[in-house]
Design a protein around this ligand. Structure first.
Ligand SMILES: CC(C)(COP(=O)(O)OP(=O)(O)OC[C@H]1O[C@@H](n2cnc3c(N)ncnc32)[C@H](O)[C@@H]1OP(=O)(O)O)[C@@H](O)C(=O)NCCC(=O)NCCS
Length: 147
């Protein structure tokens, strides 16, 4: 990423931007209030990537025992395919490792080739399929990686 870009913990000032990305480009499962609650949880991690101080991506996860559960990662469409999610996840995994995580886990829609490609580039492997996991009936792919 260029010098104009940065990765940092999310703050309350980022909640509008995160909620917008969530509702417009993710499932909308996490409302602004739910994301605000995440900022208060000791085991939750919300990190943002910014470009010229504008939030262009975020990642959300939980540290559970020695595992990192990746709940969401999203880049605003205007910044996609420019290495933003890759840089964000790289920093996220280094931080989780430093906090004692030895494994990362996630689930992703089987049709989400972009996300599956991103995760595979970090060494994630396909562990199982969870049939009809999503409310529209789509299957989830369960993936994991050693950190
Ligand atoms: C998945 C997503 C986060 C990728 O963000 P991004 O910032 O564009 O990703 P990057 O530019 O860092 O790409 C890193 C790697 O991921 C893979 N990748 C990213 N987008 C891809 C696409 N559309 N098709 C195939 N592979 C893709 C590639 O391996 C890519 O490396 P490359 O560009 O050198 O080929 C983004 O497409 C997104 O926000 N999607 C909607 C939200 C979502 O589905 N999140 C996952 C929920 S589980």
């Amino acid at each position: 990423m260029s010098d104009a870009r940065a990765i940092r913990p999310a703050t309350r000032d980022d909640l509008d931007a995160l909620a917008r990305i969530e509702s417009e480009h993710l499932s909308g499962t996490w409302s602004r209030d739910a994301l605000a609650d995440e900022l208060e949880k000791t085991f939750a991690r919300l990190r943002v990537a910014t470009e010229a101080d504008v939030v262009c991506a975020f990642v959300h996860g939980w540290l559970v025992a020695d595992e990192l559960h990746v709940l969401n990662v999203a880049t605003h469409p205007a910044w996609r395919r420019r290495g933003v999610a890759k840089a964000l996840l790289e920093a996220f995994f280094i931080e989780a490792r430093a906090s004692g995580s030895v494994k990362a886990l996630l689930e992703v829609r089987v049709s989400n080739g972009a996300a599956i490609g991103l995760y595979k580039s970090f060494g994630f492997v396909e562990d199982a399929i969870r049939a009809r996991y999503y409310s529209d009936g789509e299957d989830a792919l369960l993936m994991s990686a050693a950190l």
